[in-house]
Design a protein around this ligand. Structure first.
Ligand code: NAD
Length: 460
């Protein structure tokens, strides 16, 4: 396999699709099973790889990489049979006695391009949906998490035949070469900037795409929020994975009326985040420099603020910002720094939102129904989670995806199956009857009859 060109590898996958190597229910279940067993047996190696890449704690690797993937497999093992079943639909009266159904047709050969920050989760969860959808798949993990990319390659190539699933490692140059081939769907996770390149490349070949991108997800507090519980959840989600989470609460907007309580609780809560072994480091020095540069601005550091370029460690940090023009509002932070703005009036929430509209997630901490509804109605976002952060991704029955600059399309559970299949409409006509009125000659009598018939049908 190593000696083959990228195009030759893609050809093998396309042939695998034509030869229906992952087509029947039995084949799909078998492949899901293979993946499940490999993950369980290689759990330790996966944890070690992520530890090497950015000091990710074993607990977090289990919680956010291994468990969600196993959970997704479990979902599909239980449901793929149902998803594959053609769905009968009601037929309009004027077409009776014909019948109609929807058929989930595999898309073909799918390309999945993963990001480094959840290197197992973000490659294997879309892979599971693609397998369940009956496709053959080319996986391109991110080169930035070197050890994780290597373990994905090792696991996948040891269990799957090359005409069902393959992994190609490499950077943007390799990805560009991969994109010269025609795929039947491209599923990309990563930055908005590269997302635009992928979209352009896909457009040249009219390939459908899913773009899972990033952005600044706000955490908006109301005075009614249970502050202690909310802050505990907020900080956990912010500092998970060293803050390198696409749906991390990027910044918090908190009513000024509760400022002193908010800061006092944060001061207590952040004491649980001092153990360096429980904090991931920043993935590389380039990102480290980018994040620490954001700290050169007009704001007040309330906790943390320590960093070390050599070890790429940034301590969990909480800073107060004074307006939406802060350097910390200029881009997605993607690191363990939480800017908090204390607002006087709800109109200020809008100022912050308008600077970074359509976030991937929007978090609301509130026990006030009207406030919560107002925020949901006025501020469009990929998804909403009330009184918690990040955990909505674990809800297999909720589609996950962004809008605007945070991407488009979605996945997880049933949504993945839809993404990785084409809904083929099938209508069946009968032969035992064939009313003559639609055929030529088009007489006035026929037109009048048609009008009367339609008026009658529309009464029902
Ligand atoms: P990254 O650098 O790992 O890039 C993502 C992928 O794009 C990699 O596989 C990489 O090889 C490829 N790539 C890089 N340059 C390319 C080019 N010029 N042409 C083609 N392919 C190229 O990851 P990243 O972009 O640093 O990821 C971080 C961003 O991703 C953040 O904005 C984050 O919010 C977002 N993200 C989104 C989700 C989501 O589910 N929506 C999940 C994780 C990360």
């Amino acid at each position: 396999m190593e000696n083959l060109t990228i195009s030759e590898k893609v050809k093998i996958l396309k042939k695998g699709f034509q030869e229906k190597k992952n087509f029947t229910l039995k084949q799909r279940l078998f492949h899901l099973d293979l993946l499940e067993k490999a993950l369980v047996s290689r759990e330790k190696d996966i944890q070690e790889a992520l530890k090497k890449d950015f000091n990710k704690p074993f607990f977090e690797t289990y919680l956010t990489e291994i468990f969600p993937v196993l959970d997704e497999i479990k979902h599909f093992k239980k449901n793929v049979r149902i998803y594959m079943q053609p769905e009968r639909v009601k037929t309009p009266l004027f077409l009776l006695p014909a019948s109609g159904k929807k058929y989930a047709e595999p898309k073909g050969t799918v390309l999945i391009i993963g990001a480094w920050n959840y290197p197992i989760n973000l490659t294997l969860i879309p892979l599971i949906g693609s397998i369940a959808g009956g496709n053959t798949v080319l996986l391109k993990p991110s080169e930035i998490a070197v050890n994780s990319s290597a373990i994905v390659l090792e696991i996948i190539s040891s269990i799957f035949p090359s005409d069902v699933i393959q992994v190609i490692e490499g950077d943007g140059v390799i990805t560009t070469e991969i994109l010269q081939n025609k795929f039947d769907h491209i599923f990309y996770t990563g930055s908005t900037q590269v997302g635009k390149i992928i979209y352009q490349k896909a457009a040249e070949k009219l390939t459908p795409v899913t773009l899972e991108l990033g952005g600044k997800s706000p955490a908006i507090f109301h005075e009614s929020a249970n502050l202690k519980r909310s802050i505990k959840r907020l900080l956990w989600g912010k500092f998970l994975n060293g803050g390198q989470t696409c749906v991390a609460p990027d910044y918090a907007l908190v009513p000024k009326a509760v400022k002193s309580q908010f800061l006092a609780i944060c001061k207590e809560e952040i004491k649980h985040y001092l153990n360096k072994n429980e904090n991931s480091t920043i993935i590389n020095q380039k990102h480290f420099d980018r994040i620490t540069a954001l700290l050169n601005g007009n704001h007040e550091v309330h906790s943390g603020g320590d960093f070390n370029r050599e070890t790429k460690y940034i301590s969990p940090t909480i800073v107060e910002i004074f307006d939406a023009e802060s350097t910390l509002m200029s881009e997605e932070i993607f690191g363990p720094i939480l800017p908090v703005y204390f607002y006087n009036s709800e109109s200020e929430i809008e100022d912050f939102y308008r600077k970074n509209p359509n976030p991937l997630s929007l978090y609301i901490f509130s026990d006030n129904k009207f406030f919560t509804e107002r925020i949901i109605e006025n501020f469009p976002s990929g998804g909403v989670l009330i009184n918690d952060v990040i955990m909505h991704l674990a809800h297999t029955n909720l589609p996950f995806g962004g809008r605007g600059f945070s991407g488009f399309g979605n996945y997880h559970g049933a949504a993945s199956f839809q993404t990785f299949t084409h809904t083929k409409s099938i209508m069946k006509q009968v032969n035992w009857i064939d009313p003559n009125f639609r055929y030529r000659p088009y007489t006035e009598k026929k037109t009048n009859f048609l009008k009367k018939l339609i008026a009658l049908i529309h009464k029902f």
